[in-house]
Design a protein around this ligand. Structure first.
Ligand code: DP6
Length: 364
């Protein structure tokens, strides 16, 4: 695999200090990534809608190390989350920096102060690793751009940003661009790679323009089983081979569906993917369940509503109890009414977030 392209060759310029801020979104997978090998190589390709309102804003202040520190090769940083110093977030970020040092050797020559905040409520159960890691990755790319003596194109910045983000959290590789990103090498997707996410390269049917995602917050608590542990349990999983094959087949199928605009097939595939993901959890050893009773109440209510009204809404799940309700923009009024009347009662404090698909990372 060609990772050499990500090792900076010509870094001659000297930047004493730099402050940069990026806003990067979360994403919701339609075909799920679940199972990986070192170093963060997915067992199957995945595709997601990039979100818009659920995002992280991260500022990194880089200060060149003084003479006394210049010879120390430590990676020095402080991390603040929503204004408060957060020591418990540091180990994950430290591990990320160590992993990417080969590709960002300049990391040891700066002291860094990182300030991060999420648009979604803390502990909402929404995965923040995708938006969080991609925001840090893009800040590093801003530093690299300022150090590089050759002009870095936006295309390269996005590609390497996604490559770095992936090494922090797999799904973060899909949070740099939008509206649809594929991560993982797949014969049906031109240019796709295990190393970084790529924009879905074909023309998408207009029914998917401005697609909506209402995130129903069923459980805001800490997950009992982290994604990292869940991925690990796919090693020696009795259904792993079939699952990876199914996901890759689903990716080829959804590529056609997205181009042709067949929304009934879309609903079928997306819901099946969500349940297949959770089926892997139910059949892992040890087994575990991340859905809650209210997750099932919501799924059943969605099926009833679809049958009764002919609506084209559908659900998907990530590694948790919350339900993402996906629907076409022209159904917004009816679906939001349905959510208020029939679904919000299953959410903690009746809380849900209205999101819409978006275009990815933005430098502020
Ligand atoms: C169920 O990207 O959170 O959301 O690479 O270990 O950080 P790590 O895992 P992560 O896994 C996401 C799993 C998922 C499906 C998906 O987003 O494709």
């Amino acid at each position: 695999m060609n990772t050499h392209q990500f090792i900076p060759k010509i870094l001659q310029k000297k930047t004493e200090s730099l402050s940069c801020t990026w806003k990067t979104p979360s994403n919701i997978a339609l075909v799920k990534y679940w199972g990986k090998t070192e170093p963060q190589i997915p067992k199957n390709a995945s595709i997601s809608f990039t979100l818009s309102n659920s995002h992280t804003i991260t500022t990194i202040d880089f200060m060149s190390k003084g003479n006394s520190e210049a010879n120390n090769n430590d990676i020095n940083f402080e991390f603040f989350f929503e204004g408060k110093k957060k020591e418990d977030f540091k180990p994950k970020i430290a591990k990320f920096f160590e992993r990417i040092l080969e590709y960002c050797p300049y990391l040891t020559t700066y002291n860094m102060v990182i300030h991060s905040e999420n648009s979604f409520p803390h502990s909402s159960g929404i995965a923040s690793s995708a938006s969080g890691m991609s925001a840090i990755a893009m800040c590093l790319m801003s530093l690299e751009k300022s150090l590089s003596s050759v002009e870095l194109t936006d295309e390269f910045i996005n590609k390497k940003g996604s490559f770095l983000a992936r090494l922090g959290s797999g799904s973060a590789s899909r949070s740099i661009e939008g509206p649809l990103v594929v991560w993982g090498n797949h014969p049906a997707i031109e240019g796709s790679s295990d190393l970084f996410g790529v924009l879905f390269p074909y023309k998408v049917h207009e029914v998917f323009n401005n697609y909506q995602d209402a995130i129903l917050l069923v459980d805001k608590g800490e997950k009992q089983v982290s994604s990292t542990v869940g991925h690990d349990l796919m090693h020696n999983h009795p259904f792993a081979t079939q699952r990876f094959q199914q996901a890759n087949e689903n990716l080829a199928t959804i590529s056609d569906i997205l181009q042709q605009g067949d929304i009934d097939l879309f609903i079928n595939l997306v819901e099946s993917e969500a349940l297949s993901l959770h089926a892997m959890m139910l059949t892992s050893s040890p087994y575990f369940i991340l859905m809650k009773p209210n997750t099932l109440e919501i799924i059943n209510a969605i099926w009833r509503f679809r049958k009764d009204t002919g609506s084209k809404l559908c659900f998907t799940l990530d590694a948790g109890a919350n339900v993402h309700v996906l629907y076409p923009a022209n159904e917004s009024e009816n679906v939001l009414q349905f959510i208020d009347n029939k679904l919000s009662m299953f959410c903690q404090k009746n809380h849900y977030i209205c999101d819409v698909i978006g275009l990815g990372a933005v430098k502020l």
